[in-house]
Design a protein around this ligand. Sequence first.
Ligand SMILES: Nc1nc2c(c(=O)[nH]1)N[C@H]1C(S)=C(S)[C@@H](COP(=O)(O)OP(=O)(O)OC[C@H]3O[C@@H](n4cnc5c(N)ncnc54)[C@H](O)[C@@H]3O)O[C@H]1N2
Ligand code: MOO
Length: 464
Amino acid sequence: MASPGTRADEEAEDLDVEEALALVKEKPVPSHGAPVPAGAPSPAAHQGTSQGTPLRPPGPHHHATPWPEARATAERAARAAVRAAHRDPVSAPLDAALGLTLAAPLAALTDLPSFDTSAMDGWAVAGPGPWAVRDEGVLAGHAEPARLTDGEAVRIATGARVPQDTTAVLRTEHGRTDGRDRLQATRDVAHGQDIRPRGQECRRGDQLLPVGTLVTPAVLGLAAAAGYDTLTAVPRPRVDVLVLGDELLTGGLPHDGLIRDALGPMLPPWLRALGAEVRTVRRIGDDAEALYRTVTASDADLLVTTGGTAAGPVDHVHPVLDRIGAELLVDGVKVRPGHPMLLARIKEEQHLVGLPGNPLAAISGLLTLAEPLLRTLAARQAPEPYALPLRDAVHGHPYDTRLVPVVLRGDGAVPLRYNGPAMLRGIAAADALAVVPPGGARPGQETELLDLPWTTGGIGVCFT
Ligand SMILES: Nc1nc2c(c(=O)[nH]1)N[C@H]1C(S)=C(S)[C@@H](COP(=O)(O)OP(=O)(O)OC[C@H]3O[C@@H](n4cnc5c(N)ncnc54)[C@H](O)[C@@H]3O)O[C@H]1N2
Ligand code: MOO
């Protein structure tokens, strides 16, 4: 839990601004570009410098890592862990492979189609018409039909094997039979028409997809069609989630200073969408000894803690990391919300991401540190960065990046109002988070966006 008065006044002031910004209507200030809410201190006031001097954080921020660098550090840490851990690829049944990354190329185990196939319902015909129609038709999934002789036709269904010596398939709507069971074409029939020849899509052994492909529903379908029951894939990084805080309830209404745990229900599916296998979600309370025991007993690739990152009397994450001799790779990030987030290396191949307890701050930590780390461990490609113009101005923090929930409308992003560190109302309605640089963004300013897993399709792992 956070306790007041443990950090410098300037930082407490920033927090007031954050809370205020989350509620008030922001006012653009044309001369600076960045809007300032009524009553908010200006960047210059924060720094105690005259206008025009470069932005410089006050004392307590010095150790904090700039936001882009924090993400790069998390990615680098994961690369080093991959080299140290040497985890073998897994063989995953198709129904467990969604969201994994291929560790071996997907090569066709069969020709596709594996036999000459009718592309339409109609008749398989041999030679020019009219044709004598056989009594028995040919359906999909049946044994090889008898070969056709010239002048002969047979009823055929889409997907059925075409008889040998078939020259074309005549669609139902392009033929009619006369009273004597003679089939006439009502339009020209080209040689080979509506026959899918064996191997049209691929030959056995052809590479269909390279190593590193994300297993999407379409990949599962292709793999099944090409004869696969299992896929060789990079194992999911194993994650243990430790929810800290004595004030958390797992059901019912908040009462007597107790509040509902918002992170326990939110983080596991979100982590899964980022490629993780979430093994445990443990509620530990504000108990340093229990945290120490749980961290030292875990063999997860990544431990994710929530809360206890600040400097309050029961903020146990730093002391426990210190006790186990973990190396702090990131200790605070220049981002709002979420600045007390941290990344520690416990062992060469084991890391801990400490998410702040405020729920939107925790999401900020998840996307800043856990996302690049898990993406790299899971061997997923980095998403293509993209930017859209902001419809409205967004007030900036003087020297930190801000992550602000937005909805995407037309060709732009509309900032949402309930974006305070303790609020989920904005993010729950959002399509993305806008990365607002220090100093803020003007209306129309192109701004980087971080997609949320469900808006990008997220390959659905968070919904399973
Ligand atoms: N003196 C200072 N106090 C605080 C600072 C600071 O710099 N100096 N930073 C503030 C910021 S910013 C954040 S963010 C929080 C981070 O605090 P902790 O990570 O130590 O988290 P807690 O104190 O345990 O909790 C903060 C807040 O979040 C609520 N919380 C915690 N867990 C959950 C959960 N699972 N579901 C819902 N809400 C949760 C908790 O009740 C507190 O209200 O510290 C500030 N303080
Ligand atoms: O602003 Mo804190 O960073 O509430 O996350």
